[in-house]
Design a protein around this ligand. Sequence first.
Ligand SMILES: Nc1nc2c(ncn2[C@@H]2O[C@H](COP(=O)(O)OP(=O)(O)OP(=O)(O)O)[C@@H](O)[C@H]2O)c(=O)[nH]1
Ligand SMILES: [Mg+2]
Length: 355
Amino acid sequence: MPNVGKSTLFNVLTRSKGAQAANYPFCTIDPNVGIVEVPDERLEKLAAIVHPAKIVPAAVEFVDIAGLVKGASKGEGLGNQFLAAIREVHALCHVVRFFEGGDVIHIEGTVDAKRDRETVETELALSDLVQVAKRIDKCRGAARTGDKVKIRELALLEKIETALQGGQLASGLAWSKEDFELAQQFQLLTLKPIIYAANVSEEQLKTVPLQKAKEALGLSESAEVAMISAKVEEDLQELTPEEARIFLAELGVTSSGLDRLIACAYHLLGYITFFTAGPKEVRAWTTRRGASAPEAAGVIHTDFQRGFIAAETIGYQDYVALGGEQKAKAAGKLRIEGKNYVVQDGDVMVFRFNV
Ligand SMILES: Nc1nc2c(ncn2[C@@H]2O[C@H](COP(=O)(O)OP(=O)(O)OP(=O)(O)O)[C@@H](O)[C@H]2O)c(=O)[nH]1
Ligand SMILES: [Mg+2]
């Protein structure tokens, strides 16, 4: 929704004042894009062994967009065309307003987390319905000529269309692995995992338990909800680390909401980190849990995946405990892994490839 704190949160996440945040609805018109480095203390440990010219942490890109209102699909507010800016993202962070803050305008006049969540999700579903209808149109001709792939695609699109029309999100369908993979190319917003950021007041941060926030949103226990106060986070960034620690202790929490949000995102997306370590750079890369060695190689370069031969792999613990690649190799801890190897969090890897 407009004016709920999206740009305020974006600014603290990206440690910038890049997005204009102000007390009026539709403050954001064009999307703001920002890159955030993922903090990982293992990078320093690896660098202490390898002494690289530079260290490159993993990065997450955030896109801050305008707010959706009821009827956006029919052109209300800023409409919904700006959703094109997030069709390719891996996950959505839905900021829902919990704080009352009398002078901050709420477009519906009152604060109601469940109503707002449903309004936005309905608009996302309506936007997906348009996408799906377009694809169905494109598919039909080819399916009629007997194209097997298109027949399957068409059946899946029609199933999704029915679900969306019935008020269900695409993510709510029972998915087979094959269908889920096929559906990724439809770039549906309602198939993306969602993290709900409950934007609470300083007071609510102390008094509202997570469970209550989930209930207020009308969500089940398994939903990913992060309680965060964009205002508090904004204030925190003005403080020294020591002052911030005292401030957090007074609030009765140990970590900032940003850290909780990042942890939520990693959990939700099922991400793991693997490393490359050489004299040029020590670098962290992100892939999904369960990724094969070629898939991880493809994160670095598509050629690495296409021409994948093997992955020289050392577990992070071995690498650090033994003091680097040569010593790990001498101790028999360097493994030559093939294309079926499932990458483990912290693996230090060198890919052999040929294209
Ligand atoms: N009291 C209070 N005010 C907040 C909080 N978060 C944001 N605000 C205020 O709410 C107003 C809107 O914040 P923005 O970050 O611009 O909201 P937005 O969701 O990006 O709004 P649009 O771009 O218009 O969709 C600003 O005046 C913020 O200072 C909060 O946690 N508590
Ligand atoms: Mg904004």
